[in-house]
Structure formats: C-alpha cells, structure tokens
Design a protein around this ligand. Structure first.
Ligand code: HEC
Ligand code: HEC
Ligand code: HEC
Ligand code: HEC
Ligand code: HEC
Length: 345
C-alpha cells in the first residue's frame, strides 16, 4: 500500500490531461491538425475505393478479412475513427514489425522530436521511435489477408536509398513555425504526408493536392528517349514505384504520333486468375508484379514518327473503378503529367 502511494506520488503527470482524439490535439496544434485532416491518415476510412472493396472482400475472403482491413485503416487508437495523432505520437514500439501491430500507450508521455519533458499542457519525450521507419513500416508492411501484400519497408531496405527514412522523404521540414498559437517557432514537419491518393473526403480534384502528388511522382521517376526506345527509371523512389496498393495504381507512357496517341507501357501490379488479367484482387489467384525497384528501368520501342512521349499517372485504374461500380469517379481523379520528352528530328 505504501509502495503504491509512493509510486503514485512520484509518477510524472504522464496521462493526458485532455482527450486523445486528433480533434483534441488540433485545438492547440492548429497547423498540424489542418495538414493531418487533409492527409490519407486523417481520411483513412474515407476512400470510396476502400469502402467499395469491403463488401467484395467479405464475399470473397470472409468477415474476418474485412475486419483485418478495418483494423488497420481504423485502428481506434485514442478514440479516433481514422489514424489519429496518437497512432504515431503514443506508439512506444510494436508487437510485430507488420500488419498494424503497434503498441499504443496513452498512459505514457507522448513522443516528440524535441523531448521537451513536462510542459504546461502535457509531457513529451523523444523515445527514438517517432522518426524511425519502423513506426511507419508497422502499418505499411501488410502480409494479408489473402493476396493483399505490401512490403514498402523491405523494398526500401533493399535499395541504394536505404539510408533514408520514411520521415526524410514523406515529412519534409516546413521551416520554423509555432506549434501552438501561444508558443515560439520551432523546426516543424509537413503532416500532409503526400502520396498518390487524392483527399477523397475533402476535394479529390483539389489542384494544390494534385500538384503535390505530381511533384512527388516527378521526384521518383525519370523519363528519357534513347536509341529508339523510351526508358522510365525509378531514380528517387527508395521503395518500388508504385509501392503499397500497387495493384490499384495506373502509371503509363503515352506516345503522340501521326495516328494519335498510343500507350507504350504500364507499371504496377496486375491481378490475374488462371493467367488472365482481372481488375480486382479478390477475383485473382496470383499477382503479376510490374512496379520498378529503386534504380530499375522499364523500356519500350518507340513507334516511328513519334513526336512526344508522356509519363502519366492516375491514383486508381479505370478498370478497377468500373469493376467496383465507381465509374463516375473517373472524372474526379486527376491525370498527372509527370514528364514529357519531345522527340525531334
Ligand atoms: C492545451 C494545448 C495542447 C493540447 C491539447 C496538445 N498539445 Fe501538444 N503541445 C502543447 C504545447 C504548449 C507544446 C510545447 C510547444 C513549444 O514549446 O514549442 C506542445 C508540444 C507538443 C509536441 C512537441 C514536443 C516535443 O517534445 O517534441 C508534440 C509532438 C505534441 N505537442 C503532440 C500533441 C498531441 C499528439 C496532442 C493530442 C494528444 C497534443 N499535443 C495536445 C500544447 C498542447
Ligand atoms: C528516398 C525517398 C523516399 C523514401 C525513403 C520513402 N519514400 Fe515513399 N515515396 C517516395 C516517392 C518519390 C513517392 C512517389 C512515387 C510512388 O508513388 O511510389 C513515394 C510514394 C509513397 C507512397 C504512395 C504509394 C504509391 O502508390 O506508390 C507510400 C504509401 C509511401 N511512399 C510510403 C513510404 C514508407 C512507409 C516509407 C518508409 C518505409 C517510404 N515511403 C520511404 C519517396 C520515398
Ligand atoms: C503517421 C504518423 C504521425 C501522425 C498521424 C501525426 N504525427 Fe506528428 N509527427 C510525426 C513525426 C514522424 C514527427 C517528426 C519526428 C522527427 O522528425 O523527429 C512529428 C512531429 C510532430 C510535432 C513536432 C513539430 C514538428 O512538426 O516536427 C508536433 C507538434 C506534432 N507532430 C503534432 C501532431 C498532431 C497534433 C497530429 C494530429 C493532428 C500529428 N502530429 C499526427 C508523425 C505523425
Ligand atoms: C496506424 C497505421 C499507420 C501508421 C503508423 C502509418 N501509416 Fe501511413 N497510411 C496508413 C494507411 C491505412 C494509409 C492509407 C489510407 C487511405 O488512403 O485510405 C496510409 C497512407 C499513407 C500515405 C499516403 C499514400 C497515398 O498513396 O496517398 C503516406 C505517404 C504514408 N501513409 C506515409 C506514412 C509515414 C511516413 C508514416 C510514418 C511516419 C506512416 N505512414 C505511418 C497507415 C499507417
Ligand atoms: C496492416 C495495415 C493494412 C491492412 C490490414 C489493410 N490496409 Fe489498405 N492500406 C494500408 C496502407 C499503409 C495503405 C497506403 C498504401 C499506398 O497508398 O500505397 C493502404 C491503402 C489502401 C487503399 C487505397 C486507398 C485510397 O485512397 O484509394 C485501399 C483501397 C485499401 N488500402 C484497401 C484495403 C483493403 C480492402 C484491405 C483488406 C483486404 C486493406 N486495405 C487492409 C494499410 C493496410
């Protein structure tokens, strides 16, 4: 009893003195809250593609598989309905390095890069896990259900860019800014965590978000024409491009010629059944891999009289949208012009 009392008296005021949802955090951390709300983490259940896949997953793979999808996209940490602030800031390790098995403990101090300790609002420490790729990889390494496999971390570990972390590339420093309206500026990181998917919940056509995605893709891929061939190389992606749900992605090279435009090659993974291409993973018995590892190139012969080649991308393939009865979304999904090379004579 005495030990318990002493323990209580000595314990730092670690438990949060306020609620633990992203909305609670954003009441003070306004800029971080806005960026997070526009991010795929803040909208991690809002994708119409995700929602349309859930019943298809349940039909094909069973109710447990559907729960697995929901368990990672809506882990419920701290009472959030999406991936909230505490999914990262209250994670003090993981139970396994994959499949979303994070150890989130709201009774411990929050993780922060500065290790400020006990502050007026709450306590933070730098436990070294927040900027570790292992945090991200716990959710970004997916080993099922069934054919749903995403191995971004292993792809990065195998690349020439393995010394870079997820944070280096996906949370760029935005310069100094105040973390709350009442405090002095500090070095801060962009929490939009730009990727390929549009902000479905807010405005999938948002031109600012579309340009951020286009710029990210352009930093990954190089397009060139040499010796009668068009060559696309993954020069900046670290992991494979596309990575993650690469069975949804559309990345292709078009050639303009006198007969109009022809598609020369497509990158990305293709679900197949009995060797025949199918749009949806749930209908497949295998996946043909087509993404580019770091440093790897894809090539195609240039047709005669080509005037220009274009590297283009769309977040979700049109045949996938059609198969999910989401054809109308095709209009809202931007086609990103990643690079163009003019072929002169
Ligand atoms: C009542 C206001 C308030 C709320 C609510 C709040 N914070 Fe803070 N937070 C602060 C203040 C003040 C600082 C210190 C800022 C400074 O000194 O620059 C801070 C600092 C931080 C830091 C940086 C600390 C470090 O050591 O690197 C992180 C990370 C952080 N908060 C995360 C969160 C999260 C996550 C939540 C929600 C669970 C949250 N905060 C809720 C006021 C708040
Ligand atoms: C060297 C920089 C770099 C590193 C390191 C890096 N990424 Fe990326 N990432 C990119 C670029 C560039 C893109 C855009 C190209 C693409 O879509 O793959 C991207 C795209 C993504 C995407 C969008 C998915 C898609 O369709 O391709 C996800 C998710 C992602 N990265 C997660 C991660 C995670 C998790 C880590 C750490 C394990 C990580 N990245 C490490 C540069 C990086
Ligand atoms: C996907 C993981 C993730 C989520 C979700 C997340 N953060 Fe962060 N946060 C980080 C990382 C990583 C850093 C920087 C770590 C480093 O470089 O040491 C960071 C840094 C911070 C900092 C310190 C200042 C800065 O910008 O570096 C604050 C404050 C903060 N986050 C608040 C929040 C709030 C508030 C939310 C929710 C609205 C949130 N974070 C959601 C991963 C996350
Ligand atoms: C709790 C699990 C979880 C953690 C931790 C996590 N992520 Fe994610 N992340 C997801 C999920 C799920 C999505 C997809 C949400 C959606 O689009 O529906 C996602 C989406 C993304 C995207 C956008 C992909 C796209 O194509 O638009 C990027 C980039 C990303 N995460 C990077 C990171 C980085 C960097 C970290 C570590 C600092 C991290 N994530 C930590 C689960 C997580
Ligand atoms: C262990 C974590 C995890 C599990 C389990 C998981 N996902 Fe994801 N999901 C992710 C991550 C991380 C991303 C972001 C990858 C990327 O953008 O390339 C993602 C992205 C997606 C996207 C793209 C979102 C968009 O905006 O279009 C869809 C769709 C999706 N997942 C469907 C599913 C389905 C269906 C299941 C169950 C069969 C599932 N996921 C299970 C982590 C998970």
């Amino acid at each position: 009893m005495i030990a318990l009392l002493v323990g209580l008296a000595c314990a730092p005021d670690a438990a949060l003195p306020f609620g633990s949802t992203a909305e609670d955090c954003a009441s003070c951390h306004v800029a971080h809250g806005d960026e997070w709300a526009a991010s795929r983490h803040g909208q991690s259940t809002g994708s119409p593609v995700f929602q349309a896949m859930l019943p298809a997953v349940e039909d094909a793979w069973g109710g447990f598989a559907r729960k697995t999808c929901e368990g990672c996209h809506a882990p419920g940490h701290g009472g959030d309905t999406t991936i909230g602030c505490v999914s990262c800031h209250a994670a003090d390790g993981n139970h396994a390095e994959r499949d979303g098995k994070l150890a989130v403990d709201l009774t411990e101090p929050l993780s922060g890069p500065f290790g400020l300790g006990a502050g007026e609002a709450h306590t933070t420490i730098d436990r070294g896990f927040l900027d570790d790729s292992a945090l991200c990889a716990t959710c970004h390494t997916v080993t099922g259900p069934e054919l749903l496999v995403e191995d971004t971390m292993a792809e990065l570990a195998a690349s020439d860019l393995a010394d870079r972390s997820c944070v280096d590339c996906h949370l760029p420093v935005v310069g100094a800014r105040a973390l709350t309206p009442e405090t002095a500026p500090r070095v801060s990181h962009d929490h939009r965590m730009v990727g390929v998917d549009p902000p479905w919940d807010t405005d999938p056509t948002d031109p600012v978000a579309a340009e951020a995605t286009r710029a990210l893709l352009a930093s990954a891929l190089t397009l060139r024409v040499e010796a009668g061939e068009v060559v696309v190389t993954n020069t900046g992606g670290g992991h494979r491009v596309p990575t993650g749900v690469s069975f949804l992605r559309d990345l292709w090279v078009d050639a303009d010629g006198i007969d109009g435009t022809t598609t020369l090659l497509r990158l990305g993974d293709q679900p197949t059944h009995g060797g025949v291409d199918v749009p949806l993973l749930v209908d497949a018995d295998a996946v043909r891999h087509g993404s580019l590892a770091s440093g790897e190139s894809a090539r195609a012969t240039l047709p005669a009289a080509t005037t220009a080649v274009h590297l283009r991308a769309r977040a979700v393939r049109l045949d996938v949208l059609d198969a999910l009865d989401l054809s109308a979304l095709a209009e809202t999904l931007p086609v990103h012009e990643i690079a163009t090379v003019t072929v002169g004579n």
